[in-house]
Design a protein around this ligand. Structure first.
Ligand SMILES: NC(=O)c1ccc[n+]([C@@H]2O[C@H](COP(=O)([O-])OP(=O)(O)OC[C@H]3O[C@@H](n4cnc5c(N)ncnc54)[C@H](OP(=O)(O)O)[C@@H]3O)[C@@H](O)[C@H]2O)c1
Length: 332
């Protein structure tokens, strides 16, 4: 009898350090498909820094934690192997919340059909969470104007690299902050960023004074850490700060203190956090904003693919060391 292999969360990250001890791999018979449901064989699974939050027991966040014993939550891409819904048939490509497992039993209303001619890596790197996040954060919250200066942290990551390219496409001057020379070179040589700062080796403030002497209009914050204050104190009047992620704090015992608020009044700053679960019902509109840039060839991506379901367990560490080069994807 065919089996499903799944990885379950068995300890929470706030009681146990990140590592294999948080998970258990289990095998179960493939489930029976009921009316309205699909059985999907997942081929590509997205890993996201947000998982570090979902793995804690925090019930005050924007989304409920993964309960102990549940299959670890994730989004992915796969092929329908059995359909009990008239809109889908075996062989269709779909994306949805499939979890860390080979096969997912899902309601047809919970998945989106995908053009089978698009590479799965492109779907997960651009048209799924990273692209939707970059579009909502930069275009709808950051309200970019041609000629303005944008600084993005985590700039070589899956979200940051799209944010910077959207900024360029909208006529902005774009400065990326990233954690290696290789990433900085990719930003300026391949993606057309105007400048990139290696926050691990360069004096961030001095470099910002050099490459953004005119001040900063939009700050897209993906990381927190040392860059945050340096960018914040260089914001122009009426500047917008889009708070998307603070990965520097995700596994810290105590979150970093914020900068002084006086600047918010003096510069009339708008600071807004956002989380994509609030906006997933707007996926169609967000794709309409993003797709023209993709079709004009203005958006490049790179996918960092690791092999095998088990690779997900150690894969999460790559976000914290910065070793992921682009969108982290597990190929099953
Ligand atoms: N609000 C939302 O709905 C939403 C949706 C998607 C993503 N996000 C957030 O957006 C951020 C980027 O996500 P992503 O999927 O695109 O990941 P990513 O940028 O592809 O990967 C994470 C990167 O963060 C950097 N990093 C790790 N620790 C750091 C530290 N202490 N200080 C500075 N940088 C550090 C590393 O790059 P370096 O080599 O440059 O250090 C690492 O490669 C994350 O914070 C994520 O949680 C939020």
């Amino acid at each position: 009898m065919p089996q499903n292999t799944a990885i379950h969360l068995v300890r929470h990250l706030d009681t146990t350090p990140l590592g294999p001890q948080l998970f258990e791999t289990r095998q179960t018979p493939l489930p029976t498909v009921a009316d309205g449901q699909l059985l999907v064989r997942q081929t590509h699974m997205s890993l996201d820094p947000a998982m570090l939050g979902w793995m804690t027991s925090d019930r005050n966040s924007y989304i409920a934690p993964v309960e102990l014993g549940e299959v670890m939550r994730s989004f992915g891409y796969g092929e329908v192997v059995e359909s009990h819904h008239p809109d889908f048939q075996a062989g269709d490509r779909v994306q949805g919340g499939f979890g860390w497992q080979e096969y997912a039993l899902v309601s047809a209303s919970e998945v989106n059909a995908v053009d089978p001619d698009l590479p799965p890596e492109m779907v997960l790197s651009v048209l799924a969470l990273p692209g939707l996040t970059a579009t909502q954060g930069l275009l709808n919250i950051g309200r970019p104007q041609a000629g303005e200066t944008l600084v993005v942290t985590g700039a070589a990551g899956s979200v940051g690299s799209l944010v910077g390219q959207l900024g360029k496409a909208r006529g902005m001057k774009v400065i990326g902050i990233a954690g290696s020379q290789e990433k900085c070179d990719w930003l300026t040589h391949e993606l057309g960023f105007d400048a990139a700062i290696n926050y691990k080796t360069e004096a961030i403030g001095e470099k910002l004074d050099e490459v953004a002497a005119e001040g900063i209009d939009v700050f897209f914050e993906n990381t927190g850490g040392a860059a945050q204050e340096e960018v914040y104190y260089r914001m122009n009047a009426q500047g917008r700060i889009v708070v998307c992620g603070l990965i520097a704090d995700y596994t810290a015992a105590t979150p970093a203190p914020g900068p002084n608020w006086m600047q918010i009044i003096k510069k009339r700053l708008l600071i807004q956090g956002f989380t994509m679960p609030d906006h997933l019902h707007q996926t169609g509109e967000l794709l309409q904003q993003l797709l023209p840039h993709v079709q004009k060839g203005e958006i490049k991506y790179r996918a960092h693919v690791i092999e095998g379901l088990d690779a997900a367990i150690d894969g999460l560490q790559l976000f914290l060391t910065g070793e992921n080069q682009g969108k982290l994807i597990v190929k099953l």
